[in-house]
Design a protein around this ligand. Structure first.
Ligand SMILES: NC(=O)c1ccc[n+]([C@@H]2O[C@H](COP(=O)([O-])OP(=O)(O)OC[C@H]3O[C@@H](n4cnc5c(N)ncnc54)[C@H](OP(=O)(O)O)[C@@H]3O)[C@@H](O)[C@H]2O)c1
Length: 438
């Protein structure tokens, strides 16, 4: 039993953890080791009651009492002494079913699961509201960086105009290696895997899937409309060539996998793709495994949130904060209602209609008249050239690299023009087509 500073018995708030992996171990350790201080902050005793694992005999990074571990989820979801369920299993199933069951059993839920929140967040929040419990998921986007809560609270008076973000540390690490050391993509990926920054199967990260989940959550909260991951245009980094990092740098840009959501009149742009980002912007300087989210609000102007977007320490910092927020409300017998402010219906603009600037690199025959042919095709598609540079002559092969930056142009026109260019006899191939954010 715990007593507060006036000698009164503190109410006990029970916590059940689902998962004891990278994040779960840190969360459990903090809740157990710092329980006295955290309970003082909350005004109630916050107590870990049970932890769900697959294998109770597995070696853990901290020595947890064996009596806390269970392989039977009903010992958590059906335990009336557990008020808050913390889901740290990951993936869609069985995590989603467990969270739904916890909510219908009137337990508050904290999760770091971006996939479930991006795909099902709106329905889960409605379910939580029906049962009068809270659902918090701050760690699902950029782990240690507080961003969802500021969007919903501190920036609530603003109309958000744009989000530009680096939300995936694995890809940012690979891109940084390619830019700084000129490494080919495969080699940079291998190094990321050796350091534990990339999974054995890196698809979710390098193909931008993880980033679309995070952008879906950010954009939904920023623009008060459900943005589904499937409505977000996605292109990963696996097709990038180190040449383009060098040329981009010469032109004043770095190459980043940006998650972009922007208001365009009554609609939204929502896209994840490699992007030429001006070296004069803060985002261009975000390197390695770091994440950053830039928000443009109509009142506050431009804000940048920066920090570690993964890892047991940063993620547990955020997960425990969500647990404490709920525990404080329970202790004060406050009315807990998850905010559902997704009451607008803003359509996402099809990618073909997006207007932006483009960088492309063409491998061409080193012969007179090539540039004139390129200019004609681009002109036919109403694409205006901002600059052209001829790079890397290969006298033996009689080829050259031509790098072109365009003024803002429509995606569909650019794609048609590139297809037409690729078919010209003097053009060997289109080496790169990268969008430019300005
Ligand atoms: N790691 C990060 O840096 C990070 C950052 C932000 C968000 N997140 C999110 O945090 C969540 C947890 O990630 P993590 O890296 O901690 O994952 P992890 O290391 O793979 O841990 C998963 C844990 O869940 C348990 N588990 C998995 N499936 C289970 C099942 N069907 N029944 C019972 N237990 C099961 C595993 O048990 P055993 O240990 O017995 O195998 C393990 O303890 C994910 O949603 C992830 O996206 C992670």
């Amino acid at each position: 039993m715990l007593y507060d500073s006036q000698g009164l018995i503190m109410r006990e708030i029970g916590v059940g953890l689902l998962g004891l992996g990278v994040v779960g171990s840190e969360v459990a350790n903090i809740l157990l080791q710092r329980s006295g201080r955290l309970s003082e902050q909350v005004g109630a005793s916050v107590s870990v009651k049970r932890i769900l694992v697959r294998d109770p005999n597995k070696q853990r990074p901290f020595p947890f009492p064996a009596t806390l571990l269970t392989t039977d989820v009903s010992e958590i979801l059906g335990d009336p002494s557990i008020d808050i369920v913390v889901e740290l299993i990951g993936g869609e199933q069985p995590a989603l079913d467990y969270m739904k069951k916890a909510i219908t059993n009137c337990k508050h839920v904290v999760t770091a699961n971006k996939e479930v929140i991006a795909k099902m967040g709106f329905k889960m929040l409605s379910l939580a509201a029906q049962h009068g419990v809270d659902l918090r998921y701050e760690a699902s986007v950029c782990s240690g960086i507080p961003i969802l809560s500021p969007l919903q609270q501190d920036l609530a008076a603003n109309e958000i105009n744009a989000i530009r973000a680096i939300v995936n540390g694995t890809t940012n690490y690979i891109l940084t290696k390619m830019a700084r050391e000129g490494l080919p993509y495969e080699q940079a990926l291998r190094q990321a895997q050796e350091l534990g920054y990339a999974e054995t199967d890196p698809t979710n990260d390098v193909e931008g899937i993880d980033a679309t989940y995070k952008l879906a959550i950010l954009a939904s909260l920023a623009f008060h409309t459900p943005v589904r991951p499937s409505s977000i245009y996605r292109q990963g980094i696996s097709g990038l060539d180190p040449k383009d990092f060098t040329y981009a740098h010469e032109l004043g840009y770095s190459v980043k996998l940006l998650a972009i959501a922007k208001r365009q009149g009554d609609a939204l742009e929502a896209r994840v793709h490699p992007t030429l980002t001006s070296l004069e912007t803060q985002l261009a300087t975000v390197d390695g495994v770091y994440n950053a989210v830039q928000i443009e609000g109509d009142l506050v102007g431009t804000l940048m949130f920066y920090g570690r977007g993964a890892g047991g320490g940063p993620t547990s910092s955020t997960v425990v904060a969500d647990v404490l927020t709920i525990a404080r409300s329970i202790a004060m017998e406050g009315i807990i209602r998850p905010r559902i402010e997704l009451n607008r219906r803003i359509p996402v603009i099809p990618m073909a209609d997006i207007q932006t600037r483009y960088y492309f690199r063409l491998s061409v025959a080193d012969q007179p008249g090539v540039l004139a042919q390129i200019a004609r095709v681009l002109g036919d598609h109403r694409i205006s050239i901002s600059s052209v540079i001829q790079k890397e002559l290969d006298p033996d092969a009689q080829t050259a690299q031509v790098v072109i930056l365009t003024h803002p142009s429509v995606e569909q026109s650019v794609q048609s023009a590139v297809a037409e260019l690729a078919a010209l006899p003097l053009i060997n191939h289109v080496g790169a087509l990268i969008r430019v954010e300005h």
